[in-house]
Design a protein around this ligand. Structure first.
Ligand code: ADP
Length: 322
């Protein structure tokens, strides 16, 4: 027999589309005859019993909203054995038979600890960076890329008017996927990502000079957050090329906003699958996208993958952005 009372929490960094996943979990869960509880502020809410019953209308009017109606948090206490033990007690007191955790790899480690302590958990990948090792796609990535693209289009207007070079930092601490995709979409002269070592002269200055020779007058350089030193990069470009150069750090605008169609649909699908898995008595699993289809892995297996960077796409981007 499957779980009777399931619950959902969001953990780690928020991402547009998390609400669509919550909505899908509540509606699918109730549709299967289960009670669905919402847990506020990630694992902190579970430890503190900040839990409430959700109904079909608790999730009305949220599919198009960014952020997460359940709030999110990082919980240092949950990283300890005592923290996990407290959460298990709360689950037993309230009668929670399963937890769906929407978050990143860190949140999945928490879900594994809770599963191992006897509470079945299912992880759903949600983070704008697309930096979850087991999944080709994570909820929020499409929205974040589209936001970054729109913002850079605006920056381009003014860069063009002034014949400037704009150096734009997009999100992605360990993962250059937002930089790569937006870099292609805006025709960036150089794309700097944590996965590929770059040579300042060859990969930035020479590319600017080459495109300048063939008529380009304004330049966009995209750098992933993980690179750091963005102001130094900008100053050095100006010094070496004489082109007036400006830095823009897009920052948290990329985290918010109404989720795109893709994020709403993927989140909805993943929510339904997670509910079915708990209903069927499964736990200790993470849902992922592989070859554009949903699959699931045991959490330990999911955490053992190494994120692959699409180097072919990166090389093609360099070929055409001239
Ligand atoms: P993300 O889920 O986006 O990777 P974090 O790495 O900050 O974000 O993890 C979110 C939360 O998951 C942490 O605050 C902590 O409560 C929990 N967590 C992370 N790692 C572990 C772990 N090894 N054991 C138990 N809980 C963990």
């Amino acid at each position: 027999m499957g779980s009777k009372t399931i619950s959902v929490l969001t953990s780690g960094g928020d991402a547009p589309g998390m609400n669509a996943a919550i909505r899908s979990i509540v509606r699918a869960g109730i549709g299967q005859g289960m009670r669905v509880l919402g847990i506020r502020r990630g694992y902190n809410g579970l430890i503190n019993g900040d839990v409430f019953e959700m109904n079909l209308r608790s999730v009305s009017d949220i599919i198009h909203r960014g952020g997460t109606i359940l709030y999110t948090a990082r919980s240092p206490e949950f990283r300890t054995e005592q923290g996990v033990a407290k959460a298990v007690e709360v689950c037993k007191d309230i009668g929670i038979d399963g937890v769906i955790v929407i978050g990143g790899d860190g949140s999945f480690r928490g879900a594994r600890a809770l599963s191992n302590a006897g509470i079945p958990c299912i992880g759903i990948p949600g983070t704008i960076d697309n930096d979850i090792s087991c999944s080709e796609y994570t909820i929020g990535f499409d929205t974040a890329m589209n936001t970054a693209m729109e913002m850079i289009d605006r920056i381009r207007d003014t860069a063009q008017s002034h014949d400037r070079c704009s150096v734009v930092e997009v999100m992605g601490r360990r993962c250059g996927d937002i930089a790569l995709h937006t870099g292609i979409a805006v025709g960036a002269t150089a794309i700097l990502v944590p996965e590929v070592k770059y040579d300042f002269d060859k990969d930035i200055i020479e590319r600017i000079r080459f495109t300048q020779k063939i008529g380009k007058k304004h330049f966009i350089i995209i750098a992933a957050e993980g690179l750091g030193k963005i102001n130094e990069i900008t100053a050095e470009i100006q010094k070496r090329t004489g082109i007036e150069s400006r830095t823009t750090i897009l920052g948290h605008v990329q985290r918010g906003g109404s989720p795109t169609l893709r994020d709403r649909v993927v989140a909805s699908e993943m929510g339904c699958r997670a509910v079915n898995m708990l209903y069927n008595g499964q736990g200790n699993k993470v849902i992922a996208v592989k070859n554009d289809k949903l699959i699931d892995y045991d959490i330990s297996e999911a955490l053992s993958f190494k994120k692959k960077f699409d180097i072919n796409l990166y090389n093609e981007a360099l070929k055409i952005s001239i």
